[in-house]
Design a protein around this ligand. Structure first.
Ligand code: AMP
Ligand code: TRP
Length: 326
């Protein structure tokens, strides 16, 4: 079976875009691959975090992922900082990647402009990400388009390491999911739906109540025509609603369009479909949230499974480098 690994930062709440664009594919993938999902809290501290926030966010994200259908008995869900292997392997990666390569990463350029304090960790972030991937001999890394450059760099690091020290790491490939829905902001349908802080009215949180979901979808920006047509260029708002409805009901958005005469009915049905899609997720989340000790137990099982793979890879890497074994 193919080995797959992906990582997700514990920041903010998950929204409909995360779910339809990534997480529901992960849920399917766990049955056809040997899948590892890592909550990357060490990546999150590359920018300042308040101490209480991080642990809470990691716990909540684990519960969201499990509620969305990632089953700890089927795949491996774990928290990055629960294994020392990630940070340790990251050092080996830092000594394999060059300053110039790291300087060319566009995510670093973007993020460093948003902060006054630029940590060295923000700069070496892709080396830690390479460790996350290479420790698991991952064949494939499902990610959004913005991560393509980091996965390419991971391949380069693995190749360089292998040529210096002998065959050690598997070269991974990025799998950019283009078939999944790209969910746009309900208020600014030219922009991707993103963290709720930036546009709370345009973002549907996975834990939003039915009343709030209905309110946000009813208020979605459409256009001054009245015809329901799937045309992303000229009718981005209406097309976004059609693709959300399509993704939630497994229908083709263009085929759905012919069934509607007016925007009002389309909005009512879209809201209904999203509410129904999220209902079981929200119910499972409430159960998990009520019993954090059970989530912690599941995360410990995940960390143990992850460690089984990661520690062997790290030992192989250290041995191939020729570090004197203790
Ligand atoms: P982020 O937290 O923005 O890095 O997103 C985590 C995952 O969700 C990535 O795989 C993204 O590709 C996916 N994602 C985020 N926003 C959207 C969106 N609006 N539409 C579709 N997928 C998204
Ligand atoms: N850098 C990724 C992001 O910002 C998160 C991430 C960390 C990741 N380690 C990973 C993704 C390993 C895939 C594989 O979204």
């Amino acid at each position: 079976m193919k080995r797959v690994l992906s990582g997700i930062q514990p920041s903010g709440e998950l929204h409909l875009g995360n779910y339809l664009g990534a997480i529901n594919h992960w849920v399917q993938m766990q049955h056809t691959t040997d899948a590892f999902f890592c909550i990357v809290d060490l990546h999150a501290i590359t920018v300042p975090k308040s101490p209480g926030e991080l642990g809470r966010d990691s716990l909540k994200l684990s519960q969201m992922l499990m509620a969305a259908g990632l089953d700890p008995e089927v795949c491996t869900i774990f928290v990055q900082s629960h294994l020392h292997e990630h940070a340790e392997c990251a050092w080996l990666m830092e000594c394999t990647v060059s300053f110039g390569e790291l300087s060319r990463m566009t995510q670093f350029k973007d993020k460093s402009e948003q902060h006054d304090f630029i940590s060295a960790g923000l700069f070496t972030y892709p080396a830690l990400q390479a460790a996350d991937i290479l420790l698991y001999d991952a064949d494939e890394v499902p990610v959004g388009d913005d991560q393509r450059q980091h996965i390419e760099l991971t391949r380069d690091i693995a190749e360089r390491f292998n040529s210096r020290y002998g065959d050690t790491f598997v070269l991974p490939v990025a799998v950019i999911n283009n078939t999944g829905a790209r969910v746009m902001d309900l208020q600014h349908p030219h922009k991707k739906m993103s963290k709720s802080l930036e546009s709370p009215r345009g973002t549907v949180g996975l834990l939003d109540t039915p009343a709030i979901i209905t309110k946000k979808i009813k208020a979605a920006v459409t256009d001054s025509e009245t015809e329901v047509r799937y045309d992303v260029e000229t009718k981005p708002g209406v097309s976004n609603l059609l693709s959300i409805l399509g993704a939630a009901t497994q229908n083709d958005p263009a085929e759905l369009a012919v069934r509607y005469e007016d925007y009002g009915t389309l909005k009512v049905d879209t809201a209904e479909a999203v509410i129904e899609m999220l209902r079981p997720l929200q119910a499972r989340f409430a159960e998990l949230e009520a019993d954090p000790a059970e989530t912690m137990r599941l995360l410990r099982i995940g960390a143990d499974k992850a460690r089984g793979v990661a520690s062997a890879t790290l030992a192989r890497a250290k041995q191939n480098i020729g570090l004197l074994s203790p």
